[in-house]
Design a protein around this ligand. Sequence first.
Ligand SMILES: Nc1nc2c(ncn2[C@@H]2O[C@H](COP(=O)(O)OP(=O)(O)OP(=O)(O)O)[C@@H](O)[C@H]2O)c(=O)[nH]1
Ligand SMILES: [Mg+2]
Length: 632
Amino acid sequence: MSSARGSSTGSPSIEITEIRVSSQHDLKSVEVSTRSFKQKSPCLFGVKTHDFELSSPCRLSPSEPLHLCVRYRGWNITSANADIHHDEVTKAVKPQSSSKREWSQSYPKFRVVLILTIRSHADSELSGTGFSTARTDSELQPTTDAIFKLVDRFRVLVVGNTGVGKSSIINECFGVNLANVEHHKAGVSDINQEIIAHENGRFVLHDSQGFEAGEGENFQKVITFLQTRKGMVDVRDQVHAIWLCFPVRRSSGDRLFEAGVEELFSKKASGEFGPVPLITVFTKYDMLVEQVQFGNNLEFHKRNKHLDPETRNARLAEETTAKFQELCVRPFKEVVGSDIPHIAVSTSKEYKDTRNMLNELVHLTADCVKNSLAVDVAGDVALVSAIAQRVNSAVKIDAVIEVGKKRYWMGLAASVNFPGKTIEACLQVLHTDIVQVWNIQDDCGYLESKELKKLMIALVGDQYDEPSDPNTAFARVYSLLGALTALIGGLTAPAAPIVLPIVASLFLVKWLYDVYEQSALMLQRLMAYIVDFTIIMQLIFGLVANARLRLSRRLIKLVFKAYSKSEEKSKIHKEIKDHVKLAGRFNRDAALAKIVQLIKEYQMKPESMEELQSAVKTFENNEDEEWGLGKV
Ligand SMILES: Nc1nc2c(ncn2[C@@H]2O[C@H](COP(=O)(O)OP(=O)(O)OP(=O)(O)O)[C@@H](O)[C@H]2O)c(=O)[nH]1
Ligand SMILES: [Mg+2]
């Protein structure tokens, strides 16, 4: 299997770091995208020009243009678009690796200036894209950018008959709404069509509706599709996982699957589709539970009515598992052997194990990807699967750690990756990697905003006073969850703005502009930033992906404030301080091991994630609010 790494075209390489847009009309937002990059400005108010600083450089390739979408406020026009091509820029700007250059162009409704670095091919070969290559340019490149250069989206083929629950599973696992996708509205399905939902750009779906194997046509389409994709040289174009869906069988009279499906398994076994993992998903498991509980003339009920509800539920779970083995797993293995991974899933909100089952599905998928694909790409594709999914926060935490370990969390104590950089640049790259792995839908760019970064910096700086809390008298004995609940309960009115107690200290963060140096204090701050921000992001993920709240500044402020007041934060900061004092700062891997231990220990446990959901039921999040930090 070959990969995109090290591909060369001979064209100059262009990296855009900032985009200035000016117009006669009031701007609402600016969005810039390529196939592997997408970023949107914050929501804009009352401005006709906007300097859009990208959180990480956007690479412009000769094979596809940069797409710019400018949205306006007001009634006359809503948006205008432009495509900027690599050769337009290279015709006007000469390569010069050492300095930033400008390229500008006027379009009918706006004018754009790109701030960029342009290097000749020879220069760009030097800077490299691999993790181990020393970079010669001035920017620190996020590790996730290097991963996305190899694979920018997790590519899933979902196969199964109409109504089996394919779209429901995809929606739940990837936090999308397939009903919004044009192709799904029309009810037309072409397996070759790439379905990319606006809500989650890290995921691309191919959907094979209907799979009447015996009938031939659809079946053959699936086979041909998989064979074609297998032959594609670029790993990003290959299929990374197949979910083959069958409804759970509820009685021995039902068919397990149509005649002919075995052929798919045998083609997979003989290597015709390459190493892509094929996972069998038995859908609508809740209906089997219901069948056991209420079917057969209420036989289960009659037999178990004397039990207390907890024991009765445990018995129901046990008997359903046994039924599942008898009706699905055993016959499945008899037909296809025991090598094909299989799993039961439900998407029903009423069923109590739905979340766990979806968690297991994405976990199993990441594992299968890691163990099946070619070794040189398997780890990175598995990471992209973890990044794409939006249900399992434990899988995200593992991915955050793995991405950190690839580069920037190594040698933190010895400044291996950061010599000559400002602290701001170091934190920037750590911050971006964590945000990219959590992959929370953030159309306004709040998670990469200057304001949130400043808050984080103030949180890990050690020299701030805590003024009395304006929202509520707040004792510092709360667990994180308790702090969140107390904070919501303590808001004087449901929609009262959340006031951050940390504002004053924003002016004390001069250390941010220092150049990175080896010092105990510096190490302490970097370690705290990584652990604090990972846990804060886990909470935000819990509220947005699991509890389905809208990402707003208000929600981020709530989480930030709860964390900064929590005993977890105090303990983490103390442990880091003690660690740096004891382990010294020259033990290369001790800091990394400590970071991993702290994240694992203080991450929110699954039970607490459920509590979190009920804790936020009364949180008023309809109206957003300003950061309230003054000028940052
Ligand atoms: N009880 C139960 N119903 C489900 C479950 N998953 C999906 N459904 C329902 O089954 C119906 C079909 O679900 P979809 O997700 O649209 O199925 P699909 O496979 O995408 O169907 P097509 O797009 O037509 O091929 C919907 O009414 C869903 O609400 C489940 O886990 N349990
Ligand atoms: Mg569907």
